[in-house]
Design a protein around this ligand. Sequence first.
Ligand SMILES: O=C(O)c1ccccc1NCC(=O)[C@H](O)[C@H](O)COP(=O)(O)O
Length: 262
Amino acid sequence: MADLLQTIAQSTRERIAREKERVPLEQLKARPIPAHPSLYEALKAEPLAFLCEVKKASPSKGVIAPVFDPVRIAKAYEEAGASAISCLTEPAYFQGSDAALEAICQAVDVPVLRKDFVVDEYMIVQAAVMGAAGVLLIVELLTPDELRRAIALANQLGMDPLVEVRTEAQLHMALQCGARLLGVNNRDLRDFHVDLSRAPRLRTLVKNEDIVFVAESGYRTREQIEMLEKAGVDAVLIGETLMRAPDKRAMLTALKGETRCG
Ligand SMILES: O=C(O)c1ccccc1NCC(=O)[C@H](O)[C@H](O)COP(=O)(O)O
């Protein structure tokens, strides 16, 4: 059986082929690109920046938020002090949508990341046209040449690519290909296993201070966030914990250590 990541990648290739038929690349490229703040600068500006994720469902958890108003959630994150918002656009496994991304980009002032499974440069142009400040690039889905080209295209369109890795070898490849925003996913996207020691461990391998290092997945408590602060991580991506919190402001405030609760 193919692993889940490859299954999602294949379904994404088919989705994008259909979208290209509706809107050919040349037509997409002719659309204006909305202005947006810099994702890189927003995540670099604080000792530990919070990148808060809008995600209705996931393959590992099923439906996380049965009642789902993406703009309302994004605004709540922004008001609670999120440095940036991540929005899933993958429809089949995460129940995400381009419409949610576009609406969030128009509704908030903080930068917004398009979180999807980029397998085609078309998706990078889509992200820019929808107003995203950044786009996720998963190293496991791209060859080094494809990654280099994807980073260059995102930069050329005024976005900051968040290059996501899971292993030491992938981390070196990401840096060699020019990543400046580097995400380490604690979740193995093939079997869902989460290892919270991964991001702090890989953090020790990055010496260049221009790199913004983002720890991703599995964070639930203030104590876990404190470990990231001690490890010198620049930003943390949090999805499920915030999505499940009825009071997102209270949860984000507690995770940031601005109040002690729970
Ligand atoms: O979350 C999943 O089940 C999943 C499965 C396969 C590929 C990607 C997956 N999730 C994407 C993410 O990495 C997370 O949405 C993100 O890092 C936030 O994680 P969390 O705070 O644990 O929701």
